[in-house]
Design a binder for this molecule. Structure first.
Ligand code: B12
Ligand code: SF4
Ligand code: SF4
Length: 356
């Protein structure tokens, strides 16, 4: 990486902030690369095995807490926030209370945020380079091995809540994070202070008791992990708790009092597609693999594939009230080509006290 010698760093940061806003980011902050305390938490979390089958979390080792190991020369991390809650969307609480309807986490109703954020971050960095000259940088969104929440907290964008998501007083927690790792020694912001106080609503609200205590999440029990990251069967003892959640889960955030201040997404790509904010389970289960591919391409859901998608819907149908539609839907895929789906369908039928 190379750093231009004669850059006014205060002016560069002001320009970066203004450009970020114009590109649709809701906030920007800058932090240095020291994550020593968070590294200790990360090591303890991995040693407890809370990452489950997310082997990459262990493989990346200290790179996650030491950004210069990922991008040599990095001295600052620019963090950005982008709100994702769609402007026009059915109430999450209403859908969660309708067991024949599937609940898709509100972050996944529109286009895949990885693409949206990465494109906007790359444009932000390129625009900066045009303005101040070539500088060293690397753009990251989600899949890059860095502790995004800790970096964003240090950059003043919010605090890590007891549910382990980043949240802020002016925007709640319904936002994505992204970063530019850079060798530009930009002025840093102050870390945000924490405001959970004595509240512990998120811990009690978790349907599968995945939040073992403040800031301690066992991913192996989290519905987000079970329905998205987990490739195999959903553990039988957790299937009831999954309810009608077919992709991700928002419960710990839905009860958070700070989400009264959450703001709707301004970005048009986060608009609801294919009625996913309120889909009938039986209709989704009737999709063929080709229909799944066609409808979900461009969505984050596409990444889990048809088999895991079907597995998740089978569990939700097992948790739905018994009705001729639910039984017919499950029976239609009793002999599915996938052994994983067949096993979940058999479990679901057994919940309705029937196997045929
Ligand atoms: C792995 C992962 C998951 C895993 C594990 C979640 C987790 N808490 O780590 C699973 C699959 C479960 C998951 C679920 C979700 N995820 Co996720 N996930 C990630 C990913 C890729 C890595 C996170 C990580 O490093 N975890 C490691 C562990 C150690 O972190 P941790 O448990 O949060 O612990 C930290 C702190 O809490 C603290 N800490 C730990 N113990 C203690 C103890 C004390 C006393 C204190 C003070 C602090 C402390 O130290 C740790 C290091 O900072 C990030 C992207 C990224 N690259 O960072 C997205 C990310 C965190 N996920 C995100 C989202 C949106 C979600 C979901 C909301 C999606 C959904 N609706 O289904 C859920 C939320 C579940 C939840 N309650 O956290 C967003 C969060 C945005 C935000 N506002 O915070 C991120 C940042 C992606 C992005 N780019 O926007 N995710
Ligand atoms: S996302 Fe859902 S399952 Fe995961 S910790 Fe939050 S409430 Fe629990
Ligand atoms: S629900 Fe309460 S404890 Fe949990 S993150 Fe929100 S304020 Fe903090």
């Amino acid at each position: 990486m190379t750093t231009p010698a004669t850059v006014d760093l205060n002016a560069a940061k002001a320009a970066l902030t203004a450009r970020a806003q114009a590109l649709g980011f809701d906030a920007l902050g800058v932090a240095n690369v020291d994550l020593a305390d968070d590294e200790q938490h990360l090591i303890a979390w991995l040693e407890a095995g809370f990452h489950g089958e997310m082997d990459y979390m262990r493989r990346h080792g200290s790179m996650r807490s030491r950004p210069p190991e990922l991008a040599p020369g990095t001295v600052r991390v620019v963090s950005v926030r982008m709100n994702y809650w769609p402007r026009e969307v059915r109430s999450a609480d209403d859908v969660l209370a309708e067991p024949e309807t599937g609940y898709v986490s509100r972050y996944a109703l529109g286009r895949d945020y990885h693409k949206v954020m990465r494109r906007a971050l790359a444009t932000l960095a390129e625009d900066m380079a045009r303005e101040i000259g070539t500088f060293g940088y690397r753009v990251c969104v989600d899949s890059a091995p860095v502790l995004e929440k800790a970096l964003a907290r240090n950059a003043g964008l919010g605090w890590i809540g007891k549910h382990t998501n980043l949240l802020s007083r002016d925007a709640g927690s319904y936002f994505f994070l992204g970063e530019i790792l850079t060798d530009l020694p930009l002025p840093v912001d102050s870390p945000a202070s924490a405001h959970c106080g004595t509240c512990d609503a998120c811990i009690g609200a978790c349907p599968t008791q995945a939040i073992l205590g403040p800031y301690r999440l066992d991913a192996r029990r989290c519905i987000s992990y079970l329905t998205i990251e987990n490739k195999g069967p959903i553990p039988v003892e957790l299937r009831r708790g999954v309810g009608n959640r077919i992709y991700g889960c928002d419960d710990c955030q839905l009860v958070c009092p700070w989400n009264k201040f959450a703001q709707a997404a301004a970005h048009p790509d986060f608009k609801v597609r294919h009625g996913l904010d309120s889909p009938l389970l039986a209709e989704l289960f009737a999709w063929s693999a080709a229909e799944f591919d066609e409808r979900m391409r461009g969505s984050a859901i596409y990444r889990i594939g048809y088999e895991r998608w079907s597995r998740n819907i089978a569990v939700a149908l097992g948790n739905a009230p018994t009705s001729p539609e639910v039984l017919a839907s499950l029976r239609s895929r009793q002999n599915d080509a996938s052994a994983l789906v067949r096993e979940h369908v058999a479990w679901a039928l057994a919940q309705h006290h029937t196997v045929a």
